[in-house]
Design a binder for this molecule. Sequence first.
Ligand SMILES: Cc1ncc(COP(=O)(O)O)c(C=O)c1O
Length: 464
Amino acid sequence: MAKIPFGPTYDEMLNPGLIDGELRARALAALEGDELDPINLFNITWCDAHQCVRKVMLPPALTGIDANVVVLLGNGFPSGSHKVGAAYCTLMERLVDGEIDPAVHTILGPSTGNFGIGTAYIARLLGFRAVVIMPDNMSKERYERIRRYGGELDLTPGSESDVILTLERTRELMKNPRNKALAQFELFPNYRFHRHVTGGSAIAAVKGIGNGRIAGFTSAPGSAGTLAAGDQIKAAFPEAKVAALEPYECSTLANGGRGQHRIEGIGDKMCTLIHNVLNTDFVILIRDEETVQGVKIMHDSTNSLVHLGVPRKLALELRTLFGPSGICNVLGAIKLAKHLRLGPGENVVTVATDGFDRYESVLKDLDSRYLEVSPQVLDRWARDIFLGAGDDHVVDFRTAAMKERLFAQKEVDWMKFGYTKEYLDSMRSQEFWEAQYHKVQLYNRKIAALRPAPERQTACSTSR
Ligand SMILES: Cc1ncc(COP(=O)(O)O)c(C=O)c1O
């Protein structure tokens, strides 16, 4: 059997200061060196080399609100998005449970992109063969990266809102017992990673900012893993409100809508199994075109941001930090803050799952659709999209009747895959989610017990 360079525990991903000092130093050095060195597993964290959460604060000149909008930045994770954390935890839990072996099993990663990229990357670092099952009409940068990491592609027809076809294809491939799926929509390591690591990092990120608390958290669900951070945030700040964001064009949670849209990574026409709907207070709809235009402004129109009053240095920093779903999350944060009438000193936290590096082709497509976009048009887009974000299309899901709609959606989406009504009903109690979360401690212990001593966690220990 291949030797495996086991990576960090949940606690170490939340607080990399807990990692053996020499090991962490080697991991940080690898960030500048070989991306495929397995030591990079120890870079799966929201924190930078100084143990500070990577984040950017958006100024009122851009957001038009008094509350602080704090964006956690996912592009600094290995493979370029925080989805690698969910992929790592899902693979690692099965590994320490003895369910998978790189000499025997192939890892399947159903995805619309970033989870597939993360799966290919983690599989490569841990010595597994990986097949990513994804729609054939996503941004080409995604396929290139998966291939770069040695992942194989099994493409299903369609785009973002056709993710169900990837799940059906995965079920088919699972008939071969050598194939093991990292089923991000239904496996709880995804929930555990985001509740413990992303939620804990969000809480750390606002220390010293405003009143040091979190009044709102927004995230557009793909798998709804990131939304699990909301559970941790509410445990620390019970007043916090959590909003799930959806494309206006595909508003499945809000009202069963099931159209096509262009915000890659989100709006997958379902209520995922791991979505704790008890903690979703609002669903907010965001127009997909505004998110793509928002990327254009951030990346190509620094001057428009400066004209709004954003300091040039910050405007230049923003160029690489956002893809469409990151802009969607920011617009959701502005809308939530307006809806809740948040004032100075209050914080809304959100995430940019990835950065601009995988959306060049999306901007090319936008440029071809608009033919010519003058600086004046970009100035107008910047004003309309960010400052003009209103509190329309905010749907309140705090009542029992509204929650019932989400439970019903989950039944429609998951009973067809063999989950029983009884099991789905058990998710109506917060205790179900607490029990899932408490397994973090179990896996902390298992990973720490099974991995080699720090000095033996080397780049050459994988083989296949
Ligand atoms: C770009 C992007 N944004 C947002 C998401 C949604 O994150 P989550 O699956 O944690 O809900 C994804 C998921 O793959 C993504 O790739």
